[in-house]
Each structure stands twice: as structure tokens, then as C-alpha cells.
Design a protein around this ligand. Sequence first.
Ligand SMILES: Nc1ncnc2c1ncn2[C@@H]1O[C@H](COP(=O)(O)OP(=O)(O)OP(=O)(O)O)[C@@H](O)[C@H]1O
Length: 244
Amino acid sequence: MNFIKLENVSKTYKNLTVLKNVTMEIEKGEFVGILGPSGCGKSTLLTLISGLEKISSGHLKNNSTKRKSAFVFQDSCLMPWKNLEQNIAIPLEILNTPQKEISEKVNKYLQILDLQKFKKHFPRELSGGMKMRASIARALITDPEVILMDEPFAALDQILRERLADEIYEIYLKKKLTSVFVTHNIAEAVSLCNRIYIFSAHPGKIIGQIKIEKDKSSIKNYRNSEDFHKNCVKIRTILENQND
Ligand SMILES: Nc1ncnc2c1ncn2[C@@H]1O[C@H](COP(=O)(O)OP(=O)(O)OP(=O)(O)O)[C@@H](O)[C@H]1O
């Protein structure tokens, strides 16, 4: 059974068709990429999958249980008046989780994302990478079944992007979390994902799909491999041919 399934899904805002006839399937435990140019409806697609927005036509099935999908946005979206550990605790507080459990879980994720030393710091005192780590910790703390990531590294430099990608991939391997990753960065998608849907814009539609076969244990090694470069070229060719 597919975990998330879209059949001929379209999304229209007034007269603007943002997504047209999108058909895709995501299996439990997959790391799926949504890759395409700016404005092709990638973020919109995540809001449809999460249920934040309604589809205009077609069928969409998300078999994850309620409250079990978490969002990570391009901006870390931390509350400036709360320190880092308070920010990470927010989703559990909303769920009225007992304080003892909140402390245990916050400490667990501070550790996983290497943030213990900064737990009393406020967002303004943190670097972009730390803020993004905190945002990832806040998404993971509710033990989601699905994590939806909308260009989470867009505001970071290349070195940090790769380091955080490695960390996210390690967490993915440990937790086998179904992951949907939106990006317009080809190398990032190829290094992280098991499968990538390639979109064109105006209206957003799928123009290709590529499966990435790699030794799943290390994306660092994979980034230096010939196969990685071949897959990047394959995707670039699909995107370029679309513009002809
Ligand atoms: N709530 C809305 N009302 C009207 N139009 C919207 C709404 N949300 C998105 N759009 C339009 O849908 C189109 C796709 O937007 P979306 O943010 O999904 O694209 P994207 O591929 O994620 O872009 P980017 O890579 O630049 O973030 C844009 O033209 C945008 O203006």
C-alpha cells in the first residue's frame, strides 16, 4: 500500500493553475525529492500533502496518522522571545505533554542535533545553521511519521548545507522516517533522495522521475561518485529539454 498517493491532482488559485494533473506515490520509509524551478508549485504540493490546503481536483491519500507529519520550512520560524530549548518544546506543549516527558525529549533532540551548549540561547544569538538545527529538532520531537521539508537549507552556505544534509540523512536512516524534500538544488536532491520527481513550471507538472540507487550508508561517499554526477547530468538534461 502506498503511504501517500496523488492521482491527477490539480491546484488552482482563482484563475491560476499552480499544479496540473500530478500523479505520484510515496512509500513508507522513502526519501523523496520534489525538484523544480521557482514557482512550479513545490511548496503548494507540500501544503496539499500535509492537508493545510485542499486540492482543487483529483485524489490525494495520506495514510499517515493525524498529527504525524511535521513541516520544516526554509526559514527556521523560531519564536524570538523563547530560548532554544523552549522553542523545541513548543509542539509538545501544544499537545499538553507532561513536563517530565517534554524535558526528556527536548534533551534527546538537543543531543541528536548537537545543540546542548546553546539550549539557553535565544534565536538572535544563534547562527543560521543552529537555528535550522533547532527547527529540525522541533519538527522531530513529536515523532512524526512523515517529515515535509521545504528548502530547509536555502539560507545556508554550501558547506553548512552539506553538513546538515548529512545529519538529516543520518536521522532518516535511524528513524526510517518517510521524508519529502523540496528543493531546486539538483546536487542536494541527488545526494539525499531515493527517488526524485522533477517538475516544470506554469503550470507545475511532473516532467520526469529518477530513482537513485546508492549505498545508503554514506551520502558523503556518494557525493564523490561517478554515479552521483551522472544522475545530476540526467536531471539537468530533463530540465533543459523542457525549456527548448
Ligand atoms: N495562497 C495562494 N494564493 C494564490 N496564489 C498562490 C498561493 N500560494 C501559492 N500561490 C502561487 O502558486 C505558484 C507556486 O507557488 P509555490 O510557492 O508553491 O512555488 P515553489 O515552486 O515552491 O516556488 P519557490 O521555489 O520560489 O519557493 C506561485 O505563482 C504563487 O504565486
